[in-house]
Design a protein around this ligand. Structure first.
Ligand SMILES: *[C@@H]1O[C@H](CO)[C@@H](O)[C@H](O)[C@H]1NC(C)=O
Ligand SMILES: *[C@@H]1O[C@H](CO)[C@@H](O)[C@H](O)[C@H]1NC(C)=O
Ligand SMILES: *[C@@H]1O[C@H](CO)[C@@H](O)[C@H](O)[C@H]1NC(C)=O
Ligand SMILES: *[C@@H]1O[C@H](CO)[C@@H](O)[C@H](O)[C@H]1NC(C)=O
Ligand SMILES: *[C@@H]1O[C@H](CO)[C@@H](O)[C@H](O)[C@H]1NC(C)=O
Ligand SMILES: *[C@@H]1O[C@H](CO)[C@@H](O)[C@H](O)[C@H]1NC(C)=O
Ligand SMILES: *[C@@H]1O[C@H](CO)[C@@H](O)[C@H](O)[C@H]1NC(C)=O
Length: 376
């Protein structure tokens, strides 16, 4: 109804050079203990004792907390529930058609307009979602698409076979799970997300209400960005993990024919794997008519691990739809420190969107299939 659905607005974590302070050593003498007064020394001793006591108390309390153990990700037996594939791919989605909650310079169009402009198009083997390239002077924002699966899920194994990801100045594409009308109450799981040239890898993020943190033991190959998933911290940056290499998103990803993202969402935790095209585990059937279920307990270390240690996964994540979009500008891609400083894109983001129709020829998603399995 009046709920807001927002994806990660992690601009703060994309620091431009001006954001890094120059620690020039000007005040170094303050840190020379020989110059400290007696009061300062006594204060320092008291502070040291307080810290030691706090560490001991913390360790004792922590070890009593039954939630503090790394979860047991033992094998679950999965059954195929849904396959999104072929010419009917888009029939399983609603087209989002109101103001972009992420302040993008974009008009998300209804299904009829998307078809008229050929922004969504499905064949037997691929579903394509793209940005309008036919309008020369899109002065109020360019046409694009955001789709939300009609079906909602409450856990499961999701296999996203993606052959092309959008990239280029001003773009902010994403593939994620969320309940747009109950955000952030029912949580958000960002599976694929990048901005502008997207040359530094895919970002995976959770967004929740309070009491969901990832400052715990994790087993993952990705790089931790922030650890508090609560939307009220870090300007709603969420708890993010960055992909291991550039080929996890954008041009480098597309050049190798894309790949497969797998999300296992269970009460123990949420894990996201990325497999390069051709390197998928052999238990993921390449033929979508093969209903054999994969077994993530046999796979390699995931790229992102969000264990339930300090986050009650079952209460923070509910009724998740599969959502995909291609946003333009907005609070992440369009932020000056990101668009201009970090990604070296020309002019202003909205001028770029309005005047460079040809730049969007490569800004498209191509999905081979989505498959969803549930634990039996
Ligand atoms: C999964 O299936 C195997 C083989 O049928 C069985 O041994 C195992 O107990 C099942 N595991 C669960 C969690 O149901
Ligand atoms: C729509 O896009 C698809 C995929 O790129 C293309 O094959 C098809 O010819 C386009 N249809 C029209 C009417 O332009
Ligand atoms: C684009 O449209 C605006 C507003 O109608 C107009 O002022 C501008 O001259 C147009 N630019 C081009 C390149 O056509
Ligand atoms: C976080 O979510 C609450 C609703 O629970 C909302 O009122 C608040 O504006 C959100 N904060 C941000 C930074 O998105
Ligand atoms: C179905 O896929 C599984 C996993 O890839 C494979 O082991 C099995 O041989 C396939 N079955 C058929 C009939 O192709
Ligand atoms: C993913 O889709 C591509 C393109 O259709 C196909 O070649 C590949 O075998 C698929 N891989 C898996 C693991 O489904
Ligand atoms: C989830 O969706 C179902 C069906 O629409 C609804 O009855 C239920 O209240 C929702 N649960 C939450 C926690 O939003």
């Amino acid at each position: 109804m009046h709920g807001r659905s927002e994806r990660t607005r992690a601009a703060k974590h994309y620091l431009g050079p001006e954001d890094y302070n120059d620690y020039s050593g000007e005040n170094v003498s303050k840190w020379n203990p020989k110059r400290w007064s007696r009061g300062v020394i006594i204060g320092a001793i008291i502070a040291a004792i307080v810290i030691i006591v706090a560490i001991i108390v913390g360790a004792v309390v922590g070890s009593r907390n039954s939630n503090s153990a790394y979860p047991d990700y033992t094998q679950l037996n999965y059954t195929l529930q849904d396959t999104y594939h072929g010419t009917t791919f888009f029939d399983n989605f609603d087209y989002f058609n109101t103001y972009d909650p992420s302040q993008g310079f974009v008009h998300y169009v209804p299904e009829e307009t998307a078809q008229q402009y050929n922004l969504t198009y499905a064949t037997d083997s691929a579903a394509i979602m793209r940005v309008d390239t036919s309008t020369a002077n899109a002065t109020t924002g360019r046409f694009s698409v955001r789709i939300t699966s009609k079906k909602q899920y409450n856990n499961g194994l999701f296999i996203f076979n993606v052959t092309n990801s959008p990239y280029g100045c001003s773009t902010w594409p994403a593939l994620w799970l969320s309940d747009p009308s109950n955000w952030p109450t029912n949580g958000e799981i960002d599976v694929m997300e990048g901005v502008n040239q997207a040359t530094n890898g895919n970002q995976m993020t959770l967004h929740t209400t309070d009491d969901c943190k990832m400052n715990v033991k994790r087993k993952e190959t990705g790089k931790v960005l922030t650890t508090n998933c609560f939307n009220g911290t870090d300007d709603n940056a969420g708890c993010g993990v960055k992909g291991t290499n550039a080929a996890t998103f954008g041009e480098a990803f597309n050049e190798q024919g894309g790949g497969t993202y797998a999300v296992e969402w269970r009460n123990a935790g949420i894990r996201i794997w990325f497999f390069q095209r051709g390197s998928e585990p052999s238990d993921i059937p390449t033929d979508v008519s093969n209903t054999t279920a994969p077994d993530p307990s046999t796979w390699s270390t995931p790229m992102a691990d969000f264990p339930g240690t300090d986050c009650d996964i079952s209460s923070h994540f509910k009724n998740q739809s599969i959502i995909a979009d291609i946003d333009l500008c907005g609070s992440w891609a369009g932020a000056t420190g990101v668009y201009s400083t970090q990604d070296q894109c020309p002019g202003t983001c909205s001028d770029f969107v309005a005047q460079n129709q040809e730049a969007y020829a490569k800004a498209f998603w191509e999905f081979a299939s989505f498959r969803v399995y549930s634990a039996s």
